[in-house]
Design a binder for this molecule. Structure first.
Ligand code: HEC
Length: 119
């Protein structure tokens, strides 16, 4: 019985710190790869820039549509996320390597990727 309680605490502890480093399941990755902005102008930009990293687990980028990767970032405010999208942030390149993305495009793409549903 003692061992059981110990295991439960360890599992709870792991869950507690996995919020921002959660590993997406295969279904989450498939869903991310299938998601597109409804707007064709945005979808075209998304497909040639953001998508390359934000649907690939190895890139370290928060996965499109996967809430555990976005919740802590969203808690800092959309304004900061937009600034990081425009200026870059660690391995996130400035403008997400989308040189013809306007500020509005970057905002819309950030909202799209961080939302659970396509806008
Ligand atoms: C070359 C790969 C790459 C591309 C292309 C890319 N991103 Fe990222 N992005 C990243 C990585 C890696 C991170 C995580 C950076 C970190 O948290 O250290 C990230 C993080 C972000 C964040 C979260 C920033 C924060 O404050 O937490 C936003 C917003 C974002 N990207 C938007 C975009 C948008 C919009 C595009 C397309 C226009 C895009 N990214 C294209 C790699 C990329």
């Amino acid at each position: 019985m003692r061992t059981g309680v110990g295991m439960a605490l360890i599992v709870t502890g792991l869950w507690g710190c996995s919020a921002s480093t959660a590993e997406p399941a295969a279904a989450d990755l498939q869903r991310a790869q299938a998601m597109r902005p409804r707007d064709s102008h945005l979808a075209e930009r998304y497909e040639r820039s953001c998508m390359l990293c934000h649907t690939a687990r190895a890139s370290g980028a928060p996965l499109t549509g996967y809430a555990p990767h976005w919740n802590a970032r969203l808690a800092q405010g959309m304004a900061l996320l937009q600034k990081h999208a425009a200026d870059g942030f660690n391995a996130m390149p400035a403008r997400g390597q989308c040189n013809d993305c306007s500020a509005d495009d970057l905002r819309a793409l950030t909202q799209f990727m961080s939302a659970k549903e396509a806008p």
